[in-house]
Design a protein around this ligand. Structure first.
Ligand code: UD1
Ligand code: UDP
Length: 367
């Protein structure tokens, strides 16, 4: 009989990874997808399922908002109920969101092995809410599937080696797959925050900024936007719902005319923006990697390095949420090493599924 795997997702970047991994996983396993509900707006959730042809999740738990504790606690209760009903052979999780950690905790308490994709990423500070999720998830996982070799090193320091496998980055799989699918046919009108249709300018910068650390204090977001406003071409900024209100207020107060605030875009449009932008400013873990995949200069507004491999030759530089610091980093001349690709070969999904198969084969031999 086919083994059953429950994949738990909840946030935008997880739908993108699911799109790639699920296609391969379903050839070998029975997959049950649980959507926690963490992201729920059409353009933060459904758009990915529709445009990336991801089968509709069997469960949507409708859990969103509240404090970290409230959200995680509710997820733990509801995911446990589903796992008791479905009795899967494994729980598969991606990344570092509250949905990831809640699923991992619910599973391990029921003695269901957890497979963590994007394991071993570390910033080195517990002040970052996702770091807590990463550490807890890794420490209760039976399989640690890492995107790059730095993940192996971080996990080694925490005592994990036998369960760690370098598979490459499913975000790179997605980037390659959808960049070639677009093949110059980019859909080039997007929706402004008020619903009007906006034509993308020929030359532009791409900004994504949503992290709690940069947006909960409006002055920090203001500094970032002030930097973008002063650039020589307009900035396209798809605004995450977390900071929609504050971005709109700042735009009105400061009279920005060089920053185009738009609604969150589909994945295909986001990578088209990455591929065509002059330069990129972001605080997203995914977008800083995509900038690197596209060989675009990136400035990451964070205090800690998230993806060390992208920092080579200053291709990706950290900046404080400070206008002068961001502008200085953007003006720095950089050189991409053309043959350096530490994120795999675009087939990490196949490797992930092979390792899960091996895990079950080995278990059967051990019994
Ligand atoms: C979460 C992840 C973060 C990831 C991001 C991806 C955690 C701790 N953080 O952050 O790692 O980078 O997702 O985008 O899990 N909201 C809506 N509509 C939506 C989704 C969110 O209005 O569709 C609002 C809600 O009011 C919510 C707030 O945004 O309270 C923040 O959402 P939440 O899921 O808590 O965190 P993110 O900032 O999205
Ligand atoms: N992205 C998207 N629409 C947007 C902004 C980003 O599809 O409006 C994509 C982006 O290209 C990347 C992923 O979402 O593939 C990154 O997700 P996010 O920044 O929300 O989370 P993080 O990667 O920081 O966890």
């Amino acid at each position: 009989m086919m083994k059953k795997i429950c994949t738990v997702v909840g946030a935008r970047p997880q739908f993108i990874k699911l799109a790639m991994v699920s296609r391969v996983l379903r050839q070998e396993f029975q997959e049950v997808v649980i959507h926690t509900g963490q992201h729920y707006d059409y353009n933060m959730s459904d758009v990915f399922f529709e445009t990336m042809h991801i089968p509709k999740p069997q469960y949507n738990l409708g859990i969103c908002g509240g404090t970290h504790g409230q959200m995680t606690g509710k997820m733990l209760i509801e995911i446990e109920k589903v796992l008791l009903l479905e009795r899967p052979d494994m729980v598969l999780v991606f990344g570092d969101t509250n949905s990831t950690m809640a699923a991992a905790l619910a599973a391990v308490k029921l003695h269901i092995p957890v497979c963590h994709v994007e394991a071993g990423a570390r910033l080195g500070t517990l002040m970052n809410p996702e770091e807590v999720n990463r550490i807890v998830t890794d420490h209760v996982s039976s399989l640690h599937l890492v995107c790059t070799s730095s993940g192996i090193e971080f996990l080694k320091k925490e005592g994990f080696s036998k369960t760690v496998h370098l598979v490459g980055d499913p975000m790179y799989d997605a980037f390659r797959f959808y960049t070639s699918e677009l093949n110059g046919n980019e859909l080039y009108t997007i929706l402004g925050l008020d619903g009007d249709s906006i034509q993308i300018p020929k030359e532009f910068y791409y900004l994504t900024c949503h992290r709690q650390e940069n947006t909960d204090i409006p002055k920090k977001l203001q500094n970032i936007l002030d930097a973008m406003e002063s650039l020589d071409s307009p900035t396209i900024y798809p605004v995450h719902p977390r900071n929609r209100k504050v971005a709109q207020e700042l735009s009105a107060q400061r009279g920005y005319h060089n920053i185009i605030l738009v609604q969150p875009v589909s994945y295909q449009i986001s990578i088209a923006l990455v591929n065509h932008a002059k330069k990129i400013v972001t605080d997203s873990g995914g977008v800083q990697r995509e900038a690197f995949f596209a060989k675009k200069q990136c400035v990451t507004v964070m205090d800690h390095v998230c993806w060390p491999e992208t920092m080579i030759n200053d291709c990706n530089q950290l900046a404080h949420p400070d206008k002068m610091d961001i502008l200085q980093k953007l003006n720095h001349k950089i050189d991409f090493k053309s043959d350096y690709q530490p994120f795999g070969d675009g087939h990490s999904s196949e490797k992930i599924v092979d390792i899960i198969k091996e895990f079950f084969n080995k278990r059967e031999l051990d019994v």
